[in-house]
Design a protein around this ligand. Structure first.
Ligand code: HEC
Ligand code: HEC
Length: 302
């Protein structure tokens, strides 16, 4: 009954299957039809305004906005609208903003940067990126260094000094820490005694005869660089031997004295040749300033 009623009000396509299955011919909703037309119009307008259709090995460029931007290298580019150009434009704006910010730093002294929390934080964030890209390969992320290979920049020990000026020189010109090998100049007993004496600087040893022997050998062979007091010489990059930080020998507090002495003996026998490359030509003055500030902040001061 109700089926009959429906077939009277709604048109069908006229097809029938299995006798009574029919296909309704409902008109599409008006809102849908309008939506469809609008998208068609939109598409056509879009094709004219924006890059759209492939043509040969190129494409239609659209008649919409042109985009103008300056590349990192200073070249001015005017191009049809592309998202890549928009991205370049954003990068340009960011660079300009950064340049304004950075320009402030050329006028500030290190102490002024340190005093201003915002300036300090920004300098560190810029330098951190430079450090990660250029220095962390050797000095490790965060500057912890690798025992005997690359000195730690976060500890209290500075081979070449912790002043801004000294750190800047380390970065600009590079550093070369050279200590000769004593395996031919000194015999085993002498090396043993002088190592014993070196350890005596930072933790007192009780074999006085051995200390006395070692001291003589040290004053003759080592004091020229390390000084008689063993405090080292930052002009030569000769390590301070009186502290408990061993950047080459790799001695840790947990080691037994016998092992500490063996590590020191290894250094005396092998000598040292470590080199830090200079960065003068690879960074701008401002970048070196940022890095100098950052490295100084990393380490605590002597
Ligand atoms: C190829 C490895 C290498 C790279 C890369 C490197 N360094 Fe060094 N750096 C060294 C070595 C090795 C030394 C120790 C030189 C010595 O023993 O005299 C050193 C020493 C230093 C010192 C002196 C430390 C002290 O105790 O006085 C500073 C500061 C320093 N580096 C900063 C940097 C900065 C900043 C960068 C990145 C711009 C950098 N280094 C990149 C290997 C490297
Ligand atoms: C020509 C100068 C020179 C002479 C001579 C010299 N040293 Fe050194 N020594 C250095 C330098 C430079 C370093 C640090 C190198 C570096 O960090 O790259 C060093 C480092 C060391 C270290 C490693 C310290 C550490 O922190 O791990 C020990 C130990 C040491 N010297 C002992 C001696 C002893 C003992 C003698 C004498 C037998 C001696 N040195 C003679 C220049 C010298």
């Amino acid at each position: 009954m109700s089926k009959e009623k429906k077939s009277q009000t709604v048109q069908t396509t006229g097809h029938a299957w299995d006798g009574d299955i029919q296909e309704f011919n409902n008109p599409l909703p008006t809102w849908w039809i309008w939506g469809f037309y609008i998208t068609v119009v939109f598409a056509i307008v879009y094709w004219f305004l924006y890059p759209a259709w492939p043509v040969g090995d190129s494409y239609t460029k659209g008649m919409g906005n042109t985009v103008e931007y300056t590349t990192k290298e200073g070249e001015v580019v005017v191009t049809h609208w592309t998202t890549r150009a928009l991205y370049q434009k954003e990068m340009q704006a960011a660079r300009e903003q950064q340049a304004v910010q950075l320009a402030k730093y050329s006028k500030l002294s290190f102490d002024e940067i340190k005093k201003d929390d915002a300036m300090r934080a920004y300098a560190i964030s810029v330098a951190k990126v430079l450090f990660a890209d250029n220095c962390a390969a050797c000095h490790q992320p965060g500057g912890a260094g690798l025992i005997s290979m690359y000195p730690s920049l976060v500890d209290d020990d500075w081979i070449w000094g912790s002043d801004y000026k000294q750190i800047e020189t380390s970065i600009r010109s590079g550093r070369k820490g050279v200590m000769p090998s004593f395996s031919k100049t000194l015999n085993e007993k002498q090396i043993d005694d002088v190592a014993y004496y070196v350890l005596n600087y930072s933790s007192k040893q009780n074999d006085f005869a051995r200390v006395k022997n070692g001291k003589e050998i040290f004053n003759t062979n080592c004091a020229a660089c390390h000084t008689q007091k063993g405090i080292g010489n930052i002009q030569l990059g000769a390590a301070n031997l009186t502290d408990k930080i061993w950047t080459v020998a790799g001695i840790t507090a947990k080691m037994k004295d016998k092992d500490k002495i063996n590590s020191i003996k290894q250094v005396i026998k092998n000598g040292i040749a470590r080199e830090m490359p200079g960065w003068e030509n690879r960074f701008s003055d401002l970048e070196i300033k940022m890095l100098t500030f950052y490295v100084n902040e990393l380490g605590s001061k002597q």
